[in-house]
Design a binder for this molecule. Structure first.
Ligand code: AMP
Length: 281
């Protein structure tokens, strides 16, 4: 696996395989099997796969979250090597932000109105700034984004369509631990008892979804039922539970089983913020 640390090395690596279909998987490192599933998906669709590892400061609105973001570079490189990844791009801030660490401005047309957009001001501008900079430098044919960060996936799709980036955005299903917890780099910061309690997030949401009768329950009542059950789990404090249209991400006032809809949750588990989402219909 090629380790690429400069724009010149990237240009050389790209020129060596110009005619090959290139898949790109952006990550912030601390890789787990969820990330590797994205790499495998890219490998199944492309001739070459490049993974970036960069903890992007402009998408953090909480300095402590940024400072505590796990760094496991050696293990990450080993996992990527074992997965058969072709290249890893390890840029620094100067390469990505030659004019200083600031975000571009975007009009996400309301996709950022709720959920992570409401709770983390500037997060999506920072994320879209770095992802479009990666597209500019790497020029991938295809880029993979996990449904774990469903709102991010929708926003990137909208930016790509609006700004006409010649890249196909491919979603990857959420990878879960055996007990259902959505894999996340942040899970390693959970204390053992918090980790055990965190498994209940998926248990609560999936059983609420299984029991939902959309003719008898409205979204508000469903959200409240989920939030109460999540708040009853030790260590867990709910930030939001929202039922949103899967395409527009607008919160729904009534259920329409003909429109794809998902339930989204963000909770604080001890000191760690966790998110998850599931399809309703
Ligand atoms: P991150 O390193 O957290 O920025 O994530 C990099 C990419 O991996 C994003 O597209 C995430 O949505 C995706 N990802 C992270 N965790 C998971 C997971 N459990 N299942 C699927 N994709 C994931």
């Amino acid at each position: 696996m090629e380790h690429i640390r400069s724009i010149e090395e990237l240009a050389r690596w790209k020129s060596e395989g110009r005619e090959k279909k290139l898949g790109f998987v952006p990550t912030m490192g601390a890789l787990h099997d969820g990330h590797l599933s994205l790499v495998r998906l890219s490998q199944s669709k492309c001739d070459r796969t490049l993974v970036s590892i960069y903890v992007n400061p402009t998408q953090f609105n909480n300095a402590e979250d940024l400072a505590k973001y796990p760094n496991t570079l050696e293990a990450d490189l080993q996992s990527l090597e074992m997965t058969g990844c072709d290249a890893v791009f390890l840029p620094d801030a100067q390469m990505l932000y030659p004019d200083g660490l600031k975000s571009r401005s975007f009009d996400f047309e309301g996709l950022d109105r709720y959920m992570e957009g409401a709770g983390r001001p500037g997060h999506f501008e920072g994320m879209a700034t770095v992802v479009t900079r990666f597209f500019e430098l790497i020029g991938p044919d295809l880029a993979i984004f996990g449904e774990k960060d469903y709102q991010q996936l929708c926003i990137i799709r909208q930016v790509v369509a609006k700004e006409d980036w010649p890249v196909e955005i491919v979603p990857a299903a959420i990878s879960r631990e055996a007990d259902g917890l959505a894999m996340s780099s942040r899970n390693m910061r959970l204390l053992p008892y918090e980790r055990k309690n965190a498994a209940q997030i998926f248990a609560v949401l999936s059983s609420a979804v299984a029991e939902l009768n959309p003719r008898e329950t409205n979204p508000k009542a469903f959200e409240n039922r989920c939030a109460d059950a999540l708040n009853a789990i030790p260590s867990i404090h709910v930030e939001y539970v929202s039922c949103c249209d899967a395409a527009t991400l607008q919160q729904v006032d009534e259920f329409n089983t003909n429109r794809p809809t998902r339930v989204f949750a963000a909770v604080q588990c001890g000191k760690v913020r966790l998110i998850d989402n599931l399809p309703l219909f």
